[in-house]
Design a protein around this ligand. Structure first.
Ligand SMILES: Cc1ncc(C[n+]2csc(CCOP(=O)(O)OP(=O)(O)O)c2C)c(N)n1
Ligand SMILES: [Mg+2]
Length: 196
């Protein structure tokens, strides 16, 4: 784990980076597809590995890309998604439920806002319940967490894990690797270990 010391922009207990830190500590060999924007910067700053794919630009597609990877090879895939992003691609939940991959965990960090672009509130800040939507889509195992212990207890499952956090971005640098480099090393990692 990188010893990068992060500072958060407010003083609340559990912000996105605290959730990501716990996730990164718990996961060892799993393939991670991470939501674009600050979540990817936070994961990269904490721990940058060949098993990580940092999304760029395509808001809402981390869950779909992760699903495709999980269906194409046997290693476990963990997607770190955001509330705003999954709200743009809710159909993905139905597709995931219908494939029901045994090697796929979809984490949604719900900070109730589009955190990476200034924390404009999302629908989950009002009435929308992502847990109910995921269950309604037919996901077999939908869990929620709001503490480190609850994340640890559910991170090795499959299905959907919704982590509620407070808003707030850690001060992390821009990812200093070319997108093609990140893509190529991720593909190489999968090829080396799964012989596809
Ligand atoms: C289609 C599209 N619209 C808007 C953006 C700009 N954008 C990048 S990240 C982001 C917010 C993402 O919010 P969320 O998924 O909740 O993640 P958070 O930053 O809160 O962790 C937005 C609006 C984009 N990349 N693509
Ligand atoms: Mg958000």
């Amino acid at each position: 784990m990188n010893s990068y010391i992060y500072k958060t922009t407010n003083t609340s207990t559990m912000q996105r980076i605290h959730a990501i830190k716990t996730i990164a500590k718990e996961l060892t060999n799993e393939l991670i597809v991470c939501n674009l924007g600050i979540p990817s910067r936070e994961l990269h700053a904490l721990n940058n590995k060949n098993t990580h794919f940092y999304m760029l630009g395509s808001m809402g597609l981390a869950s779909s890309i992760g699903l495709g990877i999980s269906l194409a090879q046997p290693r476990k895939v963990v997607v770190i998604d955001g509330d705003g992003s999954i709200l743009m691609n809710l159909g993905s939940l139905a597709t995931i439920a219908n494939h029901a991959p045994k090697n796929y965990l979809h984490i949604i960090i719900d900070n109730q806002c589009y955190g990476s672009t200034g924390c404009q509130p999302t629908a989950t800040s009002k009435t929308t319940n992502l847990s109910a939507i995921a269950s309604g889509a037919g996901i077999h195992n939908v869990k929620t967490a709001s503490t480190t212990e609850e994340i640890q207890a559910n991170i090795h499952n499959t299905g959907t894990l919704i982590i509620t956090t407070d808003p707030g971005n850690a001060k992390t640098p821009i990812i200093n690797q070319e997108p093609t480099e990140i893509k190529n090393r991720f593909m190489q990692e999968i090829k080396q270990t799964t012989h596809i």
